[in-house]
Design a protein around this ligand. Sequence first.
Ligand code: XIL
Length: 346
Amino acid sequence: KSLKAHFSKQFLVGSAINAQQAKRTEQDTDALIITQFNTITPENELKWERIHPKPDAYDFSLSDEYVHYGLANNMFIIGHTLVWHSQTPDWVFENAQGELLTREALLARMKEHIHTVVSRYKGKIKGWDVVNEALNEDGSLRDSKWRQIIGDDFIEKAFTYAHAADPDAKLYYNDYNLYKPEKSAGAAKLIKSLQDKGIPVHGVGLQGHYSLTHPALNELDDALTLFASLGIESMITELDVSVLPFPSEAIQGADISQDLALNKALNPYPDGLPEAQQDALTARYKEIFSVFLTHQDTLTRVTFWGVNDANSWRNNWPMRGRTDYPLLFDRNSEIKPAYRAVMTLT
Ligand code: XIL
């Protein structure tokens, strides 16, 4: 049995994969990806800084390998991401003199990038995270360079350009903390405004960087109900469940290797997850998946952010140098109790 087979009547199940995994250089994760998942997302390989590092230079070497891997294994291939404030070089917003671009010039640059990237993988990448993380926690629009220079309509422009480049591709809005009532209301408002203008938007991605305490199940449930009311697909796009305490902003930059007390508090399980915490993670995955399953009519995909605990970004976020256990496969790619628990659900 596998995750993809177990949930085949409910939703796709996938993972973010990194460059080594797309190259098939890791035997243990390669076997897991192929047997367990039917959809993949590139962890970094399609971000602007990777594929378009300079104004006139594209580098598709790693993204081509990623797409090839997905095609060879018959997977639903996701593109992540076209327009984002992060992992986007500063030059994108500047002219050759280092001055900020005009609205028209930035729109032209955005259009050129989207057209080049989406056209290259037309018919191969089936769903795109067109715009990533455009909202503040209160549901208002984030004051990114995209918004400062272009205005609020940078979002609808991005969707319009993506649709023109591949009319068959599914187009998504993707963000984190979309279980928070104010933020999900902001996302719903944004999506409705696109729909009212006839701009194609097919789904919303809830990233799903969770913990043992967040989100509250009723918040997650409410958010999925709200998005269902818009008549679009919902997807959990970057699922991981941290077992570590969430550090306050003040200490997120701290070097915990130099401070024993801080280390004990913030990196409590460097040598393995104690049974009580393992049980808590298992129960947590089970309750989260139970909510997912009650929304199976509109929830079309659940994608984990990483294959096993060793390669999860949560070991380094929101602070560096910790040992976290956020996924269903351990550091040796062995099945964890949380995997068995979700596999009992239908
Ligand atoms: C993360 C990757 O996992 C890291 O390797 C990278 O250093 C930073 O980005 N939201 C997103 C993802 O949409 O692209 C981010 O991925 C995690 C947060």
